[in-house]
Design a protein around this ligand. Structure first.
Ligand code: HEC
Ligand code: HEC
Ligand code: HEC
Ligand code: HEC
Ligand code: HEC
Ligand code: HEC
Length: 399
C-alpha cells in the first residue's frame, strides 16, 4: 500500500488515484477521535433509565410489583396529593430533601411488624406527620403491599446516579491517541495530510496538560462540597430560628486548634424535650434520641478538610484576631446543609494574611516585633498586616 503511493508521488494526478488518497476508513477514524474528545461531556443521567428498570422488575413477585405501583402513585384514586415516592425519594439526589428517603423508611421498618408500619403510615403521632400523611385512602391490604415492596427495596438500595465518565478515562484515551499519532508519523506513514496529525497532536497534548494542571491544583480541594449528613442537622433551624450561639455547640473554638463537633449529650440538653421538628417531624430527631440511648456517637461527615501538612488554628483566628466565622465559612446560619464556600487553598490563606491588618498595639502577642513598633511610631508604615508578623512564613503553616 505505502509503496504504491510513493511510486505515484510527483505524478500530476497522484492525488486522484484511489490508492493514494487516505484509506476510506480515515475520515471515520478522525470523526471517531473527535467524538472521543467531546464524549466525556455527554453526561448520562439516571432518569434515562426507565427502560432498564422495567426489565429488572420481571423478577419481582406480584405483590412487590403492586406495592411499587402504589408507592409511586400509579393506582387511580389512592392519593389526593403527593404519592409516597414524591416525598420519600427512591433515587439518589443531590438536592436537600427534608423527608426521609425510601431506603431509610424501608430499613427502619424491615424487621418491624406490619402493625407498626401501618400505624406509622395511617395513624401518625407526630405533628408534622399527621399533615403529610393525611391525603391517602389505602386499606390494610394495600399498606401490606407497600411494605412488601419496601422490604424488597431495602435490599436493592437507592437507585444510583450513573457515574459521569471520569477524567482519568479521558486522559488515557488522549494517551492512546498520542501514541497512535507517534507510531503513524514514525512507522506507518499512511496519513498524507500531516497537518491533521499536527492539529490532533497539539490538541491532545494540550488537553492532557490542562487535565494534569487541574488535577494537580485541586488535589484534595473541594470548594462547594456539600455532603449529606447522617442526621439532617440544620444550622438555619438552630442558629437563625432558635438563636443558638455558634460557640454553644462548637465550644472548643476559642481555646484550641479545632472547632470540633458537639457530642450527642449536648444535643440532648434540648432534645430530651424537643422531639418533633417543623421540617422533618420525628424522624430525624429520633436518630439523636436513639444514638443517646444506645450510647453511640454520630458519625458526622467532615466538610472542611485541610491536608495533613498544613497547620491551622481556630483559637488564633477567632480569639486572638477576632475574625468572624462567616468570613471563612460563609453564611452558615442560612444553610440547612453545610457547604464549603472557601477553597482553602494556600493562596486563600496568604491573600488574607497580606490584606488583614492586625491589632498591633496593646497586644502582648506582638510585643516582640520591636522593629515594626519603631517603624509605626516614626510613621514609616501606617499599619501592620498578618504577613508582616510572620503570616507568610512557610514554617508557620507547614509542619
Ligand atoms: C446546635 C448546635 C450547633 C450550633 C449552634 C452551630 N453548629 Fe455548626 N455544626 C453543628 C453540627 C452538629 C455540625 C456537623 C453536621 C453538619 O455539618 O451540619 C456542624 C458543622 C459545622 C461546620 C462544618 C464543619 C465541617 O467542616 O464538617 C461549620 C463550618 C459550622 N458548623 C459552623 C458553625 C457556625 C459558623 C455557627 C454559628 C453561626 C454554628 N456552626 C452553630 C452544630 C452546631
Ligand atoms: C439549645 C437547644 C438545642 C440544641 C443544643 C440542639 N437542638 Fe436541635 N432543635 C432545637 C429546636 C428548638 C428545634 C426546632 C424544633 C421545631 O422545629 O419546632 C430543633 C430541631 C432539630 C431538628 C429538626 C429540624 C426540623 O425542623 O425538622 C433536628 C434534626 C435537630 N434539632 C438535631 C439536633 C442535633 C443533632 C443536635 C446536636 C448536635 C441538636 N439538634 C442540638 C434545639 C436544640
Ligand atoms: C407529603 C410528603 C409525604 C408523603 C406523600 C408520604 N410521606 Fe411518609 N413521611 C413523610 C415525612 C415528612 C415523614 C417523617 C415524619 C415524622 O417522622 O414525623 C414520613 C414518615 C414516614 C414513615 C415513618 C418513618 C419513621 O421514622 O418512623 C413511614 C413508614 C412512611 N412515611 C411511609 C410512607 C408511605 C408508605 C407513603 C405513601 C403511602 C408516604 N409515607 C407518603 C412525608 C411523606
Ligand atoms: C480564618 C478562617 C476561619 C475562621 C475565622 C473560622 N474557621 Fe472554622 N475552619 C477553617 C478551616 C481552614 C477549617 C478546616 C480545618 C482543618 O481541616 O484542619 C475549619 C474547620 C471548621 C470546623 C470543622 C471541625 C474542625 O474543627 O476542624 C468547624 C466545626 C468550624 N470550622 C467551625 C467554625 C466556627 C464555629 C467558627 C467561628 C467561631 C469558625 N469555624 C471560624 C477556617 C476558619
Ligand atoms: C480572613 C483572613 C484570614 C484567613 C482566610 C486565614 N488567616 Fe491565618 N491569620 C489571619 C490573621 C489576621 C492572623 C494574625 C497574624 C498573626 O498573629 O500572626 C493570622 C495568623 C495565622 C497564623 C499564626 C501566625 C503566627 O505568627 O503565629 C497561622 C499559622 C495562620 N494564620 C494560618 C492560616 C492558614 C493555614 C490559613 C488557611 C487555611 C489561614 N491562616 C487563613 C487571617 C487569616
Ligand atoms: C498562611 C498559610 C501558608 C503559608 C504561609 C504557606 N503555605 Fe503552603 N499551603 C498552605 C495550604 C492551606 C496548602 C494546601 C493547599 C491545598 O490544599 O490546595 C498549602 C500547600 C502547599 C504545598 C503543596 C501544594 C498542594 O497543592 O498541596 C506546598 C509545596 C507548599 N504549600 C509550600 C509552601 C512554601 C514553600 C511556603 C513558604 C514560601 C508556604 N507553602 C507557605 C498554607 C500556607
Amino acid at each position: 500500500m505505502t509503496k504504491t503511493c510513493q511510486q505515484h508521488e510527483g505524478h500530476a494526478f497522484a492525488q486522484k488515484q484511489p490508492s493514494c488518497s487516505p484509506r476510506p476508513g480515515f475520515q471515520t477514524l478522525i470523526t471517531l477521535l473527535l467524538f472521543l474528545f467531546f464524549f466525556p461531556f455527554v453526561h448520562a443521567t439516571a432518569e434515562d433509565d426507565a427502560g432498564d428498570s422495567d426489565k429488572k422488575h420481571d423478577s419481582y413477585s406480584q405483590g412487590v410489583k403492586r406495592g411499587e405501583r402504589l408507592f409511586y402513585g400509579l393506582v387511580e384514586g389512592k392519593f389526593e396529593g403527593n404519592a409516597c415516592a414524591d416525598c420519600h425519594n427512591t433515587m439518589e439526589i443531590d438536592t436537600f430533601n427534608w423527608n426521609p428517603n425510601a431506603w431509610e423508611i424501608a430499613h427502619k421498618y424491615k424487621e418491624r411488624s406490619i402493625e407498626e408500619f401501618t400505624r406509622a403510615v395511617m395513624n401518625p403521632t407526630g405533628r408534622t406527620m399527621s399533615e403529610v400523611h393525611e391525603s391517602f385512602s389505602l386499606n390494610e391490604a394495600e399498606v401490606a403491599l407497600v411494605k412488601e415492596f419496601l422490604d424488597h427495596f431495602e435490599e436493592q438500595g437507592l437507585t444510583k446516579r450513573k457515574p459521569v465518565i471520569n477524567k482519568i478515562l479521558l486522559f488515557l484515551l488522549l494517551g492512546v491517541l498520542l501514541t497512535w499519532i507517534v507510531i503513524e508519523v514514525v512507522f506507518l506513514k499512511k496519513v498524507k495530510r500531516k497537518w491533521i496529525l499536527g492539529v490532533l497532536f497539539s490538541g491532545a497534548l494540550g488537553w492532557q496538560v490542562i487535565l494534569l494542571l487541574d488535577a494537580g491544583i485541586s488535589l484534595g480541594r473541594q470548594e462547594n462540597y456539600e455532603p449529606d449528613q447522617p442526621i439532617k442537622f440544620s444550622h438555619m433551624v438552630h442558629v437563625t430560628d432558635n438563636q443558638i450561639d455558634c460557640k454553644y455547640c462548637h465550644h472548643t473554638v476559642g481555646q484550641s486548634k479545632s472547632a470540633g463537633f458537639p457530642e450527642v449529650d449536648l444535643c440532648m440538653n434540648c432534645h430530651i424535650i424537643v422531639r418533633d421538628g417543623t421540617h422533618s417531624g420525628m424522624h430525624e430527631i429520633s436518630k439523636v434520641v436513639s444514638a443517646h440511648e444506645n450510647n453511640e456517637s454520630i458519625e458526622w461527615i467532615r466538610v472542611h478538610n485541610l491536608q495533613d501538612h498544613v497547620f491551622f488554628s481556630h483559637a488564633q483566628h477567632v480569639e486572638v484576631v477576632g475574625i468572624d466565622c462567616q468570613t471563612c465559612h460563609g453564611p452558615v446560619e442560612e444553610m440547612h446543609r453545610v457547604r464549603q464556600v472557601s477553597d482553602l487553598s494556600m493562596g486563600w490563606c496568604i491573600n488574607c494574611h497580606r490584606d488583614t491588618e492586625v491589632q498591633f498595639f496593646d497586644n502582648a502577642f506582638y510585643e516582640k516585633y520591636e522593629e515594626l513598633h519603631r517603624a509605626m511610631k516614626s510613621g514609616e508604615i501606617s499599619r501592620v498586616t498578618a504577613e508582616q508578623v510572620g503570616g507568610a512564613e512557610c514554617s508557620k503553616c507547614h509542619y
